[in-house]
Design a protein around this ligand. Sequence first.
Ligand code: SAH
Length: 213
Amino acid sequence: MEYSALRKMMVENQLIARGIKDQRVLQAMLKVPRHLFVREEDLYRAYDDMALPIGEGQTISQPYMVAKMTELLELKGDEKVLEIGTGSGYQAAILAELAREVFTIERIASLAEEAESRLRQLGYDNVYVFVRDGTLGLPEHAPFDRIIITAGAPEVPEPLKKQLADNGIIVAPVGSRYSQQLVKIEKLKEEFRQSYHTLCLFVPLIGEYGWND
Ligand code: SAH
């Protein structure tokens, strides 16, 4: 079957069927070639309902989780977004379709390099990849309208809250090392409003404001 047909099935059976409604998110998930973000040996299951290994003990997230987190970010098109945990670059590509600029941080240099060259090849020129501890954010580029953490965190790192713009939104999986829940934090004037969403399982966020290596 053609990859575009597999993508259409993924969007219908995994995303729309489970309640993803944001049309822009669904369009982006229909468009971005997920199979170009997985290893060759996983091509046959690139559009399956699961996370897949990308090397270095890390994973590309399940399509539903990518769509759910992106929907929670409420992107309209003009945002400056920070992602922690570049991994394969797939989530960054989805964000690049839906926002103005994407700054993405990865702690493992080899993954960052692969992701960056993939994104370049696909023509995403509004994504900037950084190699460092993402729990510290990118103070030199702050503030960000949206921040997404794609690794499991014990709590949302304080530096990231500080780098969030007014009326900004952070989405992150927060919990123990082995199970988390998506948390959405909205910054309203000087107050943070928090809501809880889907249960999930991500690889750990490792760093100064995350877990120990
Ligand atoms: N968003 C990715 C999936 C990420 S898996 C995708 O679409 O493919 C989580 C990634 O977070 C891993 O690559 C891991 O190395 C990275 N990571 C973990 N802790 C980090 C930190 N403190 N800073 C930056 N990246 C981190």
